[in-house]
Design a protein around this ligand. Sequence first.
Ligand SMILES: NC(=O)c1ccc[n+]([C@@H]2O[C@H](COP(=O)([O-])OP(=O)(O)OC[C@H]3O[C@@H](n4cnc5c(N)ncnc54)[C@H](OP(=O)(O)O)[C@@H]3O)[C@@H](O)[C@H]2O)c1
Length: 296
Amino acid sequence: MNRQMNHDGGTVAAPILVTGGTGRLGRLVVPRLLDAGRDVRVLSRQRQDAADDVEYVIGDLLTCEGVERAVDGVGTILHLAGAANAKGDDEATRNLVRAAARAGVQHVVHISVIGADRVPLGYFKSKLEAEQAVVDSGLPFTILRAAQVHDLVLTMVQAMAKLPVIPVPGGVRFEPVDADEVAARLAALTLGEPSGMVSDLTGPEVHGMDDLIRDYLRQHGKRRLLVPFRMPGKAGRAYRAGGNLSIDGAATGKRTWEDFLAEQVNFPSDTEPALETPGHTDDGYEVNKRINRLFD
Ligand SMILES: NC(=O)c1ccc[n+]([C@@H]2O[C@H](COP(=O)([O-])OP(=O)(O)OC[C@H]3O[C@@H](n4cnc5c(N)ncnc54)[C@H](OP(=O)(O)O)[C@@H]3O)[C@@H](O)[C@H]2O)c1
């Protein structure tokens, strides 16, 4: 553990900087680090309400404002900051690790996504380049690739369920994982020694996109027409080949999508099944556009 001198000449563990500490995963990891008795600093672009136990630093990894101050005196960085579409995550990570190297940071823990090296979409490419920035920094590092968390899949499914007819890319599957289980793994990695690329973390089950949508519709008593379509191009091929899914050796979370959904809603007892469409369409240009917007 990295230590720094205190006022009495003794040593204390150096603070941990969490970028993205205000986000979905960050909010779950920070309390775990505090519970482990560590001082935690959080970088955020917005002023946060003062909290006795967390030090907030205002800054932006893209403009570099506040970043030097954020990394000053830190032993470990847990880097979770990222844009929803990952645009700029590569540049933000390069800016962070450059400042971290200058400040003598001892360990950078970084979250990435399963499929970063296999799915040719902007989101995945940016995550891969962010990983590379961490590796190239020369800093001791740990990188965890995780599957999409349940909450994110739910947001995606909710958006799709607003459409009167839901275009569903055929052959696209997900392995949603519980955000709390990802947070627990990230906390353990942050409190541990640099470990390089560690095993992926996925959820316990693989679900077709159509099943994820049907589960959601069923639980909300909604009826929608599902229209399968063939996702075009290299990205479609990569998804159908399971490029976004874990390969052998991944660690697997316990909480299932069904468990997660069951806790999200009070189910109406009398629910309608989602409508099925036996037909297949591959000509829906508008449909493709909408779906691609959800993925890219
Ligand atoms: N959620 C998933 O399913 C999943 C799966 C695999 C990997 N990941 C990766 O895990 C990370 C965290 O995901 P999440 O779902 O917790 O994200 P989130 O809820 O969208 O939170 C994003 C965080 O990034 C911070 N941020 C964004 N741009 C920033 C910038 N320019 N400078 C400083 N901070 C910035 C935000 O802080 P402020 O708004 O306070 O500035 C916020 O705390 C992301 O890198 C994501 O790609 C997520």
